[in-house]
Design a protein around this ligand. Structure first.
Ligand code: UD2
Length: 313
């Protein structure tokens, strides 16, 4: 009896020590340089006037961020459209995402295409999945690009609400070149367009006709954001997609198509509903653009393409 009792005590003690070690390893094992509030990137702005962080290389600790979000066990959904000849970009997009995009996290890729048989086979790490959904083709590229909002809204309603925490919606004609990870997670996340971030806002290609729901008046607008990359919490992106879709369709009923389709509506939305995190142009560069000195790393970049060869119109 006494032997049994001693054994039980030993087991209980061992389990307690193990649990203690586990707790300590999760909470105290991460060692990193002391953060400073007086030294940091001085060549770029790292916070918006509404106090959202602007994410640049050198403003965050990737290991710390990964450890914070890994503990939360998050799932990230990605939407990517590869309609018509744009299917040719999918392989590189997927392959480079394995190397750089949320490595070590649970990621669900949703590919929308009219050519499901041409979706390439790409080896994916454990916890990463590819789902292919058929969408109709169109003879107007503007419609393919703009209808993404409707399809994203429907996907969230049908599938994502209880399955994913965050979603990013990305252009397919792009490749990953550097880390894109947990530092990008936030409620509503917008990416600053690489083409206009040094310009005065009067030069931004916002929709300028007051008759459009995407209208941004002179003297308004914070930044010019990309249509090719945005995201955030699933609920926040649902609201964005639903609103942009409705505004786009209301415009269409009145015979208006905004200057840059859903990108114009997205910019209007982000003016009214400020993003809680802004990603610098590191998160969507363009291969044809030489790197500016403040850009220390290009994480994701649009490939050079011949529009006449790949678009339906
Ligand atoms: C910009 C935006 C894009 C969109 C567009 C305006 C960036 C980097 N890009 O790029 O997101 O807002 O302006 O409408 O911000 N697609 C197909 N098949 C087609 C045409 C388009 O699958 O035939 C999809 C594909 O995922 C592509 C995306 O739509 O990446 C955007 O089309 P784009 O790359 O031709 O648009 P672009 O370069 O004018």
């Amino acid at each position: 009896m006494a032997v049994l009792h001693t054994k039980a005590v030993t087991v209980i003690l061992s389990v307690t020590v193990l649990l203690g070690l586990l707790y300590l390893s999760q909470h105290y094992s991460l060692k990193y340089n002391q953060p400073s509030i007086v030294h940091g990137r001085a060549d770029v702005v790292t916070v918006t006037p509404w106090l959202a962080p602007v994410v640049w290389e050198g403003t965050f600790n990737p290991f710390l961020l990964d450890s914070i979000y890994k503990r939360k066990n998050v799932t990230i959904a990605i939407t990517v459209f590869a309609v018509g000849k744009y299917i040719m970009f999918l392989k590189d997009f997927l392959q480079t995402s394995e190397e750089h995009f949320f490595v070590g996290f649970r990621v669900d890729f949703y590919v929308f295409t009219d050519r499901p048989n041409e979706v390439p086979k790409v080896n994916m790490a454990a916890g990463r999945m590819l789902m292919v959904r058929s969408v109709p083709s169109s003879n107007r590229w503007q419609e393919i690009s703009a209808r993404r909002m409707e399809i994203i809204q429907n996907l969230i309603e049908e599938k994502l609400q209880n399955r994913a925490n965050y979603i990013f919606c990305l252009d397919v004609d792009s490749k990953f070149h550097g880390r894109w990870g947990a530092e990008s997670l936030g409620g509503l996340v917008a990416v600053i367009h690489p083409g206009y971030y040094r310009d005065d806002r009067s030069k931004f290609p916002y929709e300028r006709r007051p008759a459009s729901n995407a209208y941004v008046a002179p003297g308004e607008g914070d930044f010019y954001y990309c249509g090719g990359a945005f995201g955030g919490l699933v609920q926040e992106v649902h609201l964005l997609a639903k609103t942009c879709r409705k505004n786009f369709e209301d415009d269409a009923k009145r015979g208006i198509e905004a200057a840059w389709q859903e990108e114009s509506h997205l910019n209007r939305y982000m003016w009214i509903n400020k993003p809680s995190k802004v990603l610098s142009p590191e998160y969507l560069w363009q291969d044809f653009k030489p790197k500016n000195p403040e850009v220390h790393i290009i994480r994701f970049s649009g490939v050079i393409k011949n529009y006449a060869n790949i678009r339906p119109n």
